[in-house]
Design a protein around this ligand. Structure first.
Ligand code: NAD
Ligand code: GLY
Length: 366
């Protein structure tokens, strides 16, 4: 992957042979007609957004796309609407309007819109062009990059989906100005995760500059978005289908998912559960004699300063363990975890002492 800088747009590249694509990062990109003229050939575009994001950013986007045939599907806001029924609604519109194979689906919103629209783009005529226009920090640093798309099922989150890489990602940092503070903090947990996995300098930078990021400082936000996308692009470029290294991106997620599902996805945002999960993964790494106790404490302190939870008062250790046992990462009866050797070096293992996991859960639950 390489990075090229122009006056107003940072351009990163996800290298995946014929499926390579650029990620554009900059302020005010949603309204930049020149970028779409240069980079989007489709004459027919379907924009998928939701009722919160559309009033804020859809007019700029449609103006920037003028001259094309534009349709819109506006979904109700919320994770509860990331369903097969809403995906079918998008497909119905594409079919009813006879959109051809060279059309494009544009996802304007957070991870919910991106995953849903992405899955519709993956399925329509076995795959049409997808453009991700992420408007949350979480989507800009994580979900819009890497090609995981899908919907939820009453039986579980993200159970139905496909890998479908976007043709273009447009991350408009100005959109984050309207994002609720709680959503910004939730996205930060994924940024902290990248530092922990493979970039100790990023983690140290966050320790020094967290207040600027939390205050919405444009330059600080642009820095964390660029660096996070670089890291994710590198990992996805080496392991698109999660056969190995990409699993590192699940650091903190096995603990986090257990807390989310034990609370029926009602108590915390995903990024908040990941925040507590990162603290637990660090504590577990320390309990296994890997990570220095002082570094586990640095992780806890940074998560706390970011305004994210560091433990769960409402889930018992027993309930968390039961939810972890049904995680997708159980292989051959052994739960695989992503642990830390040090800040900036993560690895996947099923080889850890069971009492260390029990002690970690007891210390952070109930
Ligand atoms: P979200 O899409 O629900 O957005 C959060 C809230 O912010 C929503 O209410 C939304 O309407 C609002 N919003 C979005 N942009 C806004 C803006 N600029 N101004 C004001 N409000 C705005 O949540 P999310 O955290 O972006 O994404 C979570 C989803 O992403 C989950 O469904 C999760 O499974 C998925 N996800 C996918 C991947 C992947 O690789 N595909 C990775 C991580 C998470
Ligand atoms: N969010 C984890 C991944 O994209 O693999």
């Amino acid at each position: 992957m390489y990075r090229r800088r122009t006056h107003t747009v940072d351009i990163l590249n996800v290298s995946l042979a014929t499926r390579s694509y650029p990620i554009l990062v900059g302020a005010g990109l949603i309204g930049r007609a020149d970028l779409f003229r240069e980079r989007l050939a489709a004459r027919e575009v379907l924009i998928v957004s939701n009722t919160t994001v559309a009033p804020l950013y859809l007019p700029q986007l449609t103006a920037a796309l003028s001259g094309r045939r534009i349709l819109e599907v506006l979904l109700p806001d919320g994770e509860a609407h990331k369903t097969l029924a809403n995906m079918a609604r998008i497909l119905d519109v594409l079919i009813a309007n006879h959109f051809a194979r060279d059309c494009a689906v544009l996802a304007l919103g957070g991870g919910v819109v991106g995953d849903l629209a992405g899955f519709a783009a993956a399925s329509y005529q076995r795959g049409v062009t997808l453009v991700q226009l992420p408007t949350t920090l979480l989507a800009q640093v994580d979900s819009a990059v890497g090609g995981k798309t899908g919907v939820n099922h009453p039986g579980g989150k993200n159970l139905i989906g496909a890998f479908h890489q976007p043709a273009l990602v447009v991350s408009d940092t100005r959109a984050l100005a309207t994002l609720p503070a709680r959503e910004l903090r939730a996205g930060l947990s994924e940024v902290i995760k990248y530092g922990l996995i493979c970039d100790a300098p990023l983690f140290e930078w966050l320790e020094a500059h967290l207040d600027e990021v939390l205050a919405g400082d444009a330059a600080a936000l642009a820095h964390v978005i660029r660096r996070s996308c670089e890291i994710k692009a590198e990992i996805v470029g080496r392991d698109e289908r999660e056969q190995g290294e990409r699993a590192l991106l699940n650091l903190g997620h096995t603990f986090g998912h257990a807390l989310e599902s034990a609370t029926s996805y009602k108590e915390w945002l995903h990024g908040e559960a990941v925040g507590a999960g990162l603290v637990m993964a660090a504590a577990m790494s320390s309990a296994c004699g890997l990570l220095a106790a002082a570094d586990a404490e640095r992780v806890r302190a940074l998560i706390e300063r970011a305004g994210l939870p560091t433990r769960s008062a409402s889930v018992t250790a027993q309930a968390a363990l039961e939810h972890m046992r049904i995680d997708k990462k159980v292989l051959g009866g052994r739960l695989r975890l992503v642990l830390l050797r040090r800040i900036g070096e993560a690895f996947v293992t099923a080889d850890y002492p069971a009492p260390a996991l029990a002690r970690t859960l007891e210390a952070h639950c109930g």
